[in-house]
Structure formats: C-alpha cells, structure tokens
Design a protein around this ligand. Structure first.
Ligand SMILES: C[S@@+](CC[C@H](N)C(=O)[O-])C[C@H]1O[C@@H](n2cnc3c(N)ncnc32)[C@H](O)[C@@H]1O
Length: 299
C-alpha cells in the first residue's frame, strides 16, 4: 500500500531523515536508516524490513509501483526531482532514489543459536550444516563494513555480530556498499552506551561485550577464529572450518584488540609477503569465507 505526495518543501518532518543524511548518528538513535539507489531501494522493498517512506523522481514511479503495492504497510512516496533532492540532502546523487527503512528489533545470541539448532522444532531434521558466524571488532569504516556484509551473504554466513566499538551496518554508506544484502543477514549489534534505548526489550543484548560474546559462543561449542595477519599460529590452509565457527575480523588501523584476540580459540593468517602489512578487511573476509565453503564442499 502506498500514497503519493509531491515533495515541495524542506520543512516536512517526514522528509527530515533525508535532510539529515550526513548526521547518521541521529538516524541510528531513531532506529531508522536510509537506503540509496535503485537496486538497494528495490531490495529493501522486496525484504521483510519495515519501510517508512520513499523519495524518487516521477519517472521511476511506475517501475516501483508493483513492489510498493505489495507492501503490507502504508508507505508515503514523495515525488521529487533529482535537483530538488540534491538541495535537500546536500550532495549530488546518481539516480535520486532513496528510502527510509526501520532497523529491525535486536536479535540475541540465543535467537541465533536456536534458529540454527537441530532442536529448533520437534519436527526439524538433524542439522546438517555447521554454523557459520562472523564478528567484527572496532570496524569503523562503513564502506568496508558494507563490503564485508555482502561477502557474508554471498558465502552463507548465518549471522553477523557487530562489536560494541564498531560502526552500525545500517549506516547509509554501509547499506549502500552491501548492495542491500544487509536486508538478508541477521545482525547482533552489541549496544553502544548511547543507543541502549533501542535495545530495551532485550536487555541481555546490551550487556555483552564482543569478548564476552565470543566466550559465550565458545561455551556453546562454536569455535572462534581470529583472522589475524600477524600470527605465526596457523595459515588459512591449515585451519579447520568443518565444525561450528565464528570468524572474527579486526579494525582497519589496529586489527583485533588484545581482549578480543584473547577470547578467540585460535588465530589464523592469510600468508602474505613481509612487504605487505595486511589485506583490506573485505578482501580478507572474502578469502576466509571462500575457504570455509571450500572445506564444507559448498563451492
Ligand atoms: C586492514 S587489516 C588490519 C591491519 C592492522 N594493521 C593489523 O595489524 O592487524 C583489517 C582486518 O582484516 C583482516 N586481515 C587482513 N589481512 C589479513 C591476513 N593476511 N590474514 C588474516 N586476516 C587479515 C584482519 O581481521 C584484520 O584485523
């Protein structure tokens, strides 16, 4: 269901999220995010995520009509030409198609483990596939986070655990770089202090740090494997990904923090010549996750 309105003024409160696209922290605290571009907005409308509004130039309306008609909620579609929109958001855009979506309610570690467990329902067949989770520690670059999300979905990761010092994967640039794959990936966001109200309903999600979360996973039989360029412990081809595991990736500057590294069961490196410090985290994730799937006969 949807209704169409011409966006003629910048004052409308419904258009405020678009006018504040450069202040993503405000969006995060309101539990909303902005999706940008034809493909990403299309994937948002195809997903189970709640959508508040869409802004697009009139020429795109017929393209989006079937998707908008199929939505269960009432969506306002604001018609705005690209030039008007660029004045509103404060930068130039390629297609001028945007949407505001709602960040889904938080998922807990228990939810994720239950969903991938053979006891999920009495009728469920024994689980064939081992669990595969990814965690990020202090990953702040939204574009890198988006690329990593895209890799996670491409390689069948069942959930992403976002450490308390990482950026949100619902930042506009992260959503854009994920190419909308974020709408398919269950995310456990370990709450930053300032955002606790968003997690009120499930207080246990607020209490765990990433290190504690990894220790909890270990107790539940999930091996936590640090992707660490500077370890002599093991290289990727020697690592065993056949059982339940969570692969942990670190930040652009400092890599994985000592506390998180300590909480991992082992550290594994992609071998590189001494003249190269490390790979980009998205590239490292692609290499690791390809190897996991190769070992699990999924390639
Ligand atoms: C840009 S790197 C971090 C570089 C940082 N200077 C360090 O010393 O770890 C970002 C993340 O990508 C992953 N990574 C990059 N290259 C890797 C490699 N060769 N082996 C394993 N993980 C790697 C790690 O998780 C790392 O924390």
């Amino acid at each position: 269901m949807f209704r169409v309105e011409k966006a003629s003024s910048f004052d409308s409160p419904e258009l405020r999220p678009y006018a504040t696209m450069r202040r993503p922290a405000a969006h995060e605290t309101q539990g909303i995010f902005v999706a940008e571009g034809v493909k990403v907005v299309r994937r948002l409308l195809e997903s189970h995520f709640a959508v508040a509004s869409v802004v697009l130039p009139e020429k795109w309306l017929d393209d989006f009509r079937p998707l908008l008609e199929a939505r269960p909620e009432q969506i306002t579609v604001y018609l705005a030409e690209k030039k008007f929109l660029e004045t509103l958001v404060g930068f130039s855009m390629f297609q001028g198609v945007l949407a505001v979506g709602k960040i889904p309610p938080p998922v807990s570690l228990d939810d994720i483990l239950r969903k991938s467990s053979p006891q999920a329902s009495p009728k469920a067949k024994p689980r064939q596939e081992p669990r595969l989770f990814v965690a990020v520690d202090a990953l702040t670059n939204a574009e890198n986070l988006g690329a990593l999300v895209r890799n996670c979905v491409a390689f069948g990761v069942q959930a992403l655990i976002v450490g308390e010092t990482s950026s949100s994967p619902f930042l506009r640039r992260a959503v854009r770089n994920s190419m909308g794959t974020i709408f398919q990936l269950p995310v456990i966001e370990l709450a930053k202090l300032g955002l606790r109200h968003r997690f009120k309903t499930k207080p246990h999600t607020t209490k765990l740090t990433l290190a504690e979360c990894l220790k909890e996973l270990h107790l539940r039989g999930v091996r936590c494997i640090a992707a660490h360029p500077h370890t002599n412990e093991k290289v990727l081809s020697q690592a065993d990904f056949s059982g339940d595991c969570c692969i942990v990736f670190g930040s652009e500057g400092d890599g994985i923090s000592p506390a998180v590294l300590e909480a991992c069961d082992e550290a594994v490196a992609i071998p590189m010549p001494p003249t190269v410090d490390s790979l980009n985290v998205g590239a490292a994730a692609a290499v690791f996750l390809y190897e996991v799937n190769r070992q699990r006969n999924k390639t």
